[in-house]
Design a protein around this ligand. Structure first.
Ligand SMILES: *Cc1c(COP(=O)(O)O)cnc(C)c1O
Length: 406
């Protein structure tokens, strides 16, 4: 009798048997979620402070996203880009209305958004002999060959050499280093307003201002990678708005679909029109299902109420983390913006962030790390305060065990 694959039982161990082993997932398998709660195969309940790494901006199965997806599912799912569609047209208008942008390119992921932005910058720069790209140490821009090369973590790129040339890295938040690296051969500077994977490290406002001024001086494009900081994460629709520094190109993905894959780069009319028919593209870019979900999600998050709620929740999370720290002295710094929060481990607990993550899962709260020394929280932007309390109680139990074992 042949097996029915749709109903056959599966378990965590199947991951190790069948997958190219580039991930090390937790030892439980989530099967459903509602708000900031997730349930595994045995119906254990978890509080989700990971939010799919800044993706599930409205938590799990929010009615606004579910209804948008269901409604579109009965209309049309996909068209080649030789046809346009209503959801993508509406989403483009919304993003241009709410941001500096006048033109949009849609794709499927953050890496692809950055890839497109960098290609656009190279195309504009090339005829003028401007091909250099300036990026920053510890930056993260995705996993394509161009974007790992722009990223500032050699462990993600050097094994895949030879790499695309003419990309240089300077220390983040170092104005002098950036100013001297950015010259008349530079086509673009790419920077995260808050470094996410690199350790939840916000840019100094003066740093972004200096990049803006220097790019204007030499005629380079300033690209803000807002894949992690975008769509309300920092308490602003995009982080650039909080800084008051406007990029030439902005990349966005992660929360843009709140769990449905979509990415985009946004730019001005002047810059965007340099890519013409045939220059760039992607099969699923502007997919109606993705755009219908994104339209509903972005419109909701762009409200003053949701954005103010992010700032309130930030203060509450920080207060709870500080209370835990008063008892256990595990963190040397709590930093970040909005609901992109990092807690740096003290000297005493160097390189042990992953242990806290594992203990937290045991206490049924999902958290993230960034690097070896930083606990990262990127929960739903609309998480209930009761869920924050419950999750923080569980995190505190995990940290009590961590300290006791240390
Ligand atoms: C996650 C991330 C990316 C890559 O996005 P993918 O969708 O994984 O390709 C790029 N830049 C930043 C800042 C990110 O956080």
């Amino acid at each position: 009798m042949s097996q029915n694959f749709a109903t056959a039982p599966v378990e965590r161990a199947d991951f190790d048997r069948y997958f190219v082993p580039v991930y090390a997932p937790a030892n439980f398998v989530p099967v459903r979620g509602k708000g900031a709660k997730v349930y595994d195969q045995h119906d254990n309940e978890y509080i989700d402070f990971a939010g799919g790494i800044a993706v599930n901006a409205l938590g799990h199965c929010h009615p606004i996203a579910v209804n948008a997806l269901k409604a579109q599912a009965d209309h049309i799912w996909h068209l080649a880009n030789s046809f346009t569609n209503e959801p993508v047209l509406r989403l483009a208008k919304l993003l241009c209305d709410k941001t500096f942008a006048e033109r949009v390119f849609f794709c499927n992921s953050g890496a692809e958004a950055n890839e497109g932005a960098l290609k656009l910058a190279r195309k504009i720069g090339l005829p003028k002999g401007k091909t250099k790209i300036v990026a920053f140490n510890n930056a993260f821009h995705g996993r394509t060959l161009f974007t790992v090369s722009a990223g500032g973590q050699p462990k993600y790129s050097e094994q895949f050499a030879p790499l695309p040339p003419d990309i240089i890295h300077v220390p983040f938040n170092d104005i002098d280093a950036a100013k001297s690296a950015i010259d008349d051969k530079t086509c673009a500077v790419i920077v995260e307003p808050v470094q996410g994977e690199g350790g939840v490290l916000p840019a100094e406002p003066e740093f972004l201002q200096a990049l803006r001024a220097r790019c204007d001086e030499v005629g380079a494009l300033l690209i803000f990678d807002e894949v992690q900081t975008g769509v309300g994460r920092t308490g602003h629709l995009y982080a650039y708005m909080g800084y008051g520094v406007t990029p030439d190109i902005l990349t966005t993905a992660k929360a843009l679909g709140a769990g449905f894959p979509i990415g985009a780069f946004l730019t001005t009319d002047q810059i965007g029109k340099n890519l013409v028919v045939g220059d760039h593209g992607t099969t699923y870019g502007g997919n109606p299902l993705a755009c219908a979900v994104s339209l509903a999600v972005v419109e909701h998050i762009a409200s003053d109420e949701v954005l103010a709620g992010v700032k309130e929740r930030h203060a509450y999370f920080v207060k709870r983390l500080e209370q835990i720290n008063e008892k256990y002295q595990v963190f040397s710094q709590i930093r970040g913006q909005g609901l992109l929060i990092g807690a740096v481990l003290t000297e005493k607990y160097q390189n042990r962030a992953k242990e806290i993550l594992t203990l937290a899962a045991g206490e049924r709260v999902m958290v993230l790390v960034a690097g070896l020394n930083l606990l990262r929280l990127t929960p739903s932007l609309v998480i209930d305060f009761a869920e924050i309390d419950e999750g923080m109680d569980r995190l505190e139990s995990a940290i009590a065990k961590f300290v006791a074992n240390a």
